[in-house]
Design a protein around this ligand. Structure first.
Ligand code: GAP
Length: 469
């Protein structure tokens, strides 16, 4: 990616998302539902491209990983075994004056710049009180002590709440891979080392959501549980670190905006013996925040599920003629955070002139073509039947030959139509003009530098197909 001044802000991305149909506030006509968002026509294409590319990269192109698609509701014992009932908590403080509620760790991080993940509520209370932190909403020094709050959403199976079975909406997709591990091994298609991959929704009752789609109540994860011999877990971890870096490059993120941070011992989740976060440099006060994670979960989950279910989850390694519980390396990727950072990274404002020579700012989303929600647009130079007929023909041909979203637009002046395509990140526009009728060539206009070249009309499908993989 070329060096350029960073002009993206979260507010600009949220505004562009709404204006152009990437992401809309949820339930807006009812006044909205805080921190819920819906993907619009372009957002859904972007999200699909991310998920499809991830699946192709980590499942279809590898012989050692298979996929599953499990339910969101699982047996409640799963979450006891996994440790989520006991430990999946956020430390909260309330303001006794205005009744606002905050994450104690976020408050400390924002006000004092201290990382306190892993500290106990009592330790956080001590930090808040000795620093004299006040309520960020009303300014009073009336914050309660920090206490733990479980983040899992509960619901009930059965029509009557009192007699129904209480279950949780899964807070991570990971557990289904452990619960189905025995069935996957039994299908006989895999041998350690192997991975199980899943893409799906997860739900967390986050108390400090916000920052647009960064922290959501309902979000999608792309996760792999990679089962290895216990002795091989350190090497497998390093191999995954490198594969995750490869993914970051593949989707075209600016390397200066991504760093890898090793977790301190007191920050580690209850299941992890080593974790690194891939952090992304968000603009403005957000700064470096978690984008993805990589954890060595050891044999924690299989051991727990073995104990809680009473089922034998050991693996018989024929090559080594021994039985063991595999260790698990877990690369985890948030889909929504990927979409967000792709938009932030792609956003650019460029000083230019309009067709009348007047200065204007061109807003461009410089997505990698393989990620761009709209791959190309077919534009007749003017809305004239003879031009539209040829343009329609090309559009239909592309529609049939390219397995992706291609746009067709014939309204308004051509300059405005190019600007609209720039703003949604369409890498190529094919323009049909009067020369096309004479010589069967079209103009291809490049989003990034607005350069133009002529191509034979018949070559367009192959030309495009080559550039969007
Ligand atoms: N199975 C491990 C696990 O769930 P995590 O760090 O809690 O680990 C994994 O979550 C990824 O899911 C994060 O790196 C992030 O990309 C995404 N994620 C987590 N919580 C989220 C939230 N509330 N909203 C949006 N994405 C979230």
């Amino acid at each position: 990616m070329t060096e350029r001044t960073r002009t993206a802000t979260m507010d600009k991305i949220a505004a562009l998302s709404k204006r152009r149909g990437f992401v809309f506030p949820g339930s807006e006509i009812y006044g909205g539902l805080a921190n819920t968002w819906d993907y619009g026509p372009l957002g859904v294409e972007l999200k699909r491209n991310v998920k499809d590319l991830w699946w192709r990269t980590f499942v279809h192109r590898r012989r050692d990983i298979v996929g599953i698609d499990a339910g969101i509701l699982m047996h409640p014992r799963v979450w006891e075994a996994s440790g989520h009932v006991e430990s999946f908590n956020d430390p909260l403080v309330d303001c006794k004056t205005c009744k606002s509620r905050f994450r104690a760790d976020h408050l400390i991080e924002e006000r004092l710049g201290l990382h306190v993940e892993g500290k106990s509520p009592a330790e956080m209370t001590e930090i808040i009180q000795s620093a004299g932190l006040r309520c960020p909403v009303c300014g009073n020094a009336t914050l309660t002590e920090a206490r733990q709050f479980n983040m899992m959403f509960r619901t009930t199976i059965g029509p009557v709440e009192e007699t129904g079975v209480s279950v949780y909406l899964r807070p991570e997709t990971a557990q289904a891979m452990f619960v189905q591990y025995k069935n996957i091994v039994a299908t006989g298609r895999v041998k350690v080392p192997f991975g199980i991959a899943q893409i799906g929704k997860a739900f967390r009752n986050e108390i400090t959501p916000g920052n647009f789609i960064f922290r959501l109540l309902e979000f999608e994860q792309m996760e792999i549980e990679y089962f290895v011999r216990p002795e091989a877990s350190a090497d497998a971890f390093d191999a995954w670190l490198s594969d995750m870096r490869g993914w970051v490059r593949l989707i075209g993120l600016d390397e200066a905006h991504v760093r890898v941070r090793e977790h301190e011992a007191d920050e580690l989740s209850h299941y992890s013996s080593r974790t690194v976060d891939f952090e992304y440099l968000f603009p403005g006060p957000m700064g470096w925040r978690e984008l993805y994670g990589l954890a060595n979960r050891s044999d924690f989950d299989l051991r727990q599920h073995q104990e809680y279910s009473g089922d034998d989850l050991t693996y018989f390694d024929q090559a080594e003629n021994r039985r063991y519980l595999p260790y698990v390396i877990e690369p985890t990727f948030g889909v929504d955070r990927t979409c967000l950072v792709l938009m932030l990274d792609a956003y650019d404002e460029e000083a230019t002139v309009d067709i009348n020579g007047k200065p204007e700012t061109r807003v461009v989303l410089r997505f990698e073509p393989r990620i761009a929600p709209c791959k190309a647009a077919v534009l007749p130079l003017m809305k004239k039947p003879e031009l539209s007929a040829v343009a329609r023909g090309l559009f239909e041909e592309l529609d049939a030959s390219v397995d992706a979203y291609v746009d067709y637009d014939e309204t308004g002046n051509i300059g405005k139509r190019y600007r609209r395509q720039d703003e949604i990140g369409t890498p190529f526009c094919f323009t049909i003009d009067y020369d096309t009728l004479e010589d069967r060539t079209v103009t291809v206009r490049m989003r990034d530098d607005m350069s133009q070249e002529r191509l034979p009309l018949a070559d367009v499908p192959a030309w495009l197909a080559e550039r969007i993989v």
